[in-house]
Design a protein around this ligand. Structure first.
Ligand code: SF4
Length: 378
């Protein structure tokens, strides 16, 4: 056994005994390249998953509704956005949103996940917030029991800026109107150097943390995400995990609902804007990199954020199922329609049938169970 393997085993033993790893230890795990060491990292992540959440693989029946792709920003990874009037630009009206929601409910959905581009024209009575409240009302008036997982921290900042409100005021109003939880999207990588290249117009790291922390303070649970596999370094990946862990620790110490899950979103560049695509140098995620990062996420975060989900849209169903043996315990949602990654060239599809998910989980020899957005069994 090499000295390197011995020290990796010592780090993993500490994690298995319930210790939080330091960023240096996390980085050491991420930097492993030898198959033998990567396999012991995978095994540790799988054991921790088993200890922390058991063998059941959960899924949620949900529908994505991206109400518009008209967006004022120009993130370098985004193939979804359009300018107003551009070919392919769309903006859904209330009737279309309601029709999609009714169809989702008929197909057993317990959740609508709603996010959209940052459209300065999306106003009602001259106010951005009023427009978003109207979106919520459209769904909640007819389907009050449907869980509305809606509006990213970036959208909260957009509304606050447009209407000259504080983040707390915006989140309060969204929550009062019927938003039940906030997607932890727009996090990309929580490192301002990376953000300068990926999404220079987006909120910075501190603002993302502030808005998500404010949501927790107001009793609104969030998810958490990371867009991986582009220009970021392993040190920046671990820094991102460390910020999420601290945010969650603060939320739980205060008795706030905090973060319900971590979702790894490997970068798909096939139809992304050319400059980033050229810089990254490939179109589809490298599965081996995504799996190692999945395992380290479980080892580093799992004590605090117990639910970990791969993205079948980005990795394909077979890649996502494999991730269930690298620390994940949830296969995500049926989505029913997915535009953002599919428009970037993802090959995983846009909709997943429950039976397909259940069969794939059964082939792994693990039980499958439907959950709601907050990880309560249905
Ligand atoms: S990622 Fe979101 S904010 Fe960025 S350009 Fe695309 S739609 Fe706009």
């Amino acid at each position: 056994m090499t000295i390197q393997t011995k020290s990796i085993e010592a780090i993993l033993d500490r994690a298995l005994a319930g210790a939080d790893l330091s960023p240096q230890e996390g980085l050491m795990l991420l930097q492993q390249t030898e198959p033998e060491q990567i396999e012991i990292i995978r095994q540790a992540a799988d054991r921790l998953r088993q200890q922390q959440v058991g063998d059941t693989v959960t899924y949620v029946i949900n529908r994505n509704i991206n109400f518009t792709n008209i967006c004022e920003q120009h993130c370098s990874f985004c193939a979804f956005r359009r300018d107003e009037g551009e070919v392919g630009a769309y903006w859904l009206g209330a009737a279309q949103i309601l029709e999609k929601t009714a169809d989702a409910v008929q197909r057993g959905a317990t959740e609508i996940c709603m996010q959209g581009g940052l459209h300065p024209g999306a106003k009602h009575n001259g106010q951005s917030l009023s427009y978003y409240l109207k979106l919520i009302k459209t769904i909640k008036e007819q389907f009050p029991h449907l869980h509305l997982h809606a509006f990213s921290p970036q959208e909260v900042q957009f509304i606050a800026r447009e209407d000259n409100l504080s983040y707390a005021q915006v989140i309060f109003a969204l929550r009062e109107a019927g938003v039940d939880s906030m997607p932890g999207t727009a996090a990309e990588v929580l490192d301002d150097q990376v953000r300068q290249v990926l999404c220079p117009e987006k909120i910075d790291t501190a603002t993302w943390l502030k808005i998500v922390g404010t949501a927790h303070e107001q009793g609104l649970p969030t998810t958490s995400t990371m867009l991986s596999g582009h220009i970021e370094t392993p040190a920046q990946q671990i820094h991102h995990f460390n910020l999420l862990r601290s945010l969650q620790q603060r939320a739980l110490e205060q008795g706030y609902p905090g973060i319900t899950e971590f979702i790894l979103l490997p970068f798909v560049g096939q139809l992304a804007p050319k400059s980033l695509r050229r810089r990254v140098g490939r179109d589809q995620p490298v599965l081996a990199d995504a799996l190692l990062l999945t395992a380290v996420a479980r080892i580093f975060l799992g004590r605090w954020i117990v639910n970990h989900q791969p993205s079948w849209v980005k990795l394909g169903l077979s890649g996502a199922i494999e991730a269930l043996t690298w620390g994940c315990n949830d296969i995500g949602g049926t989505l029913m329609e997915e535009h953002i990654t599919t428009m970037a060239g993802a090959q995983g599809g846009t909709c997943m049938q429950v039976e397909t998910l259940k069969l794939a989980i059964a082939n792994l020899g693990r039980p499958a169970r439907q959950r709601n957005t907050l990880y309560q069994f249905c």
